[in-house]
Design a protein around this ligand. Structure first.
Ligand code: SF4
Ligand code: SF4
Length: 327
């Protein structure tokens, strides 16, 4: 990341935005994830974030949402889906975010649609980072995101991409040794290896007991990133809970295909608001509100974005009440 650009973005007031410099430093999003189409070319058994037939979100609406993310002081925008490469103007969206001045432009993909031409166009558009999750070595009933199927595409990507590529293995979808093989492949290709936990439809962890055995080996492959965000993976797998101060709805925001901002993809019931109408008051409120789902949360992006502010105050709400009611 261009550190100078980031500092300028954080410390200089944005013309037309109602956020002051201190508002930005205290509450602005580190990451806005934006759905560009709900449609996906795959159908992973554990996923509740796709359909088969949605139209892509109109380009003009998405550019308005990118502009809003900039006005809110977002450091990064990540295009997601469904499968974002199914959006016919995905390169233009990345270009727009680059031209608008968003410091970090990211994309999550299952890699099936990647080819050399697409990679080169994303290079030109100014993509900063691509995140690919590979679940298994061989396709299984849960997932077709398999190393065997994607190997050639990944090698092509390693050769042509000018952006950073993160290759994530999802703990809980395949046997532990397959998870490790995916991470070792990431290292060989010069990608950043990352491990994420499979989550249930409430944002909580959904990995089984057999996943314990992967932890020791993961520590070796992932190095310093193993313990990111307060070592939550190990705590969740070993202790079943890893409390943290979730800052979703402020430091991390999820924007669905309808333009609704939510705290994360799994918690639309808690809070939702038109992203274009989001104000500094909404950011403050979400930042300060503790989330009843935070003990078992396995949403890695929200945890990482929240980790910087762990030392800052958060109101205790329901959890305290529930705990005292039980005693
Ligand atoms: S590729 Fe991604 S969006 Fe598509 S079904 Fe699988 S997990 Fe869901
Ligand atoms: S703790 Fe935050 S990120 Fe995790 S499920 Fe709840 S609202 Fe979502």
């Amino acid at each position: 990341m261009d550190t100078l650009k980031v500092l300028k973005h954080m410390f200089i007031e944005t013309p037309g935005s109602d956020l002051s410099r201190s508002d930005k430093i205290l509450y602005s999003p580190f990451l806005v994830q934006m759905v560009v189409t709900r449609r996906c070319n795959l159908a992973c058994a554990y996923c509740n974030e796709f359909d088969r037939d949605s139209e892509p979100v109109p380009y003009e609406l998405l550019t308005m949402r990118i502009d809003k993310a900039f006005d809110l002081g977002a450091l990064a925008v990540e295009f997601t889906g469904g499968e974002p490469l199914l959006h016919p103007r995905i390169h233009d969206l990345v270009s727009h975010a680059t031209a608008r001045g968003i410091p970090y432009r990211m994309l999550i993909t299952n890699a099936y649609l990647l080819n050399e031409e697409i990679v080169k166009r994303l290079n030109q558009a100014g993509l900063s980072k691509m995140q690919i999750s590979v679940d298994t070595v061989k396709p299984n009933d849960s997932s077709a995101k398999a190393l065997e199927v994607l190997q050639n595409k990944l090698e092509m990507l390693a050769w042509h991409a000018k952006f950073i590529v993160t290759l994530s293995a999802v703990i809980g979808v395949a046997p532990a040794d397959e998870t490790l093989e995916v991470l070792e492949c990431a290292e060989k290709l010069g990608f950043l290896p990352r491990a994420i936990l499979m989550h249930g439809h409430d944002g909580g962890i959904r990995a089984g007991n057999s996943d314990f055995e992967v932890l020791g080996k993961l520590r070796k492959v992932l190095g310093a990133t193993y313990s990111e965000a307060g070592n939550y993976r190990e705590r969740l797998l070993l202790e079943g809970r890893a409390p943290f101060k979730c800052r979703a709805g402020a430091r991390y925001i999820y924007v669905d295909e309808h333009g609704d901002a939510m705290r994360c993809s799994q918690r639309s019931i808690d809070w939702k608001k038109n992203f274009l109408e989001l104000s500094i008051e909404d950011l403050r409120q979400n930042f300060k509100t503790s989330k009843t789902c935070s003990n078992q949360c396995s949403i890695g992006c929200a945890r990482t974005c929240s980790s910087w502010d762990e030392w800052r105050f958060q109101q205790k709400v329901q959890e305290t009440i529930i705990e005292s009611a039980r005693t």
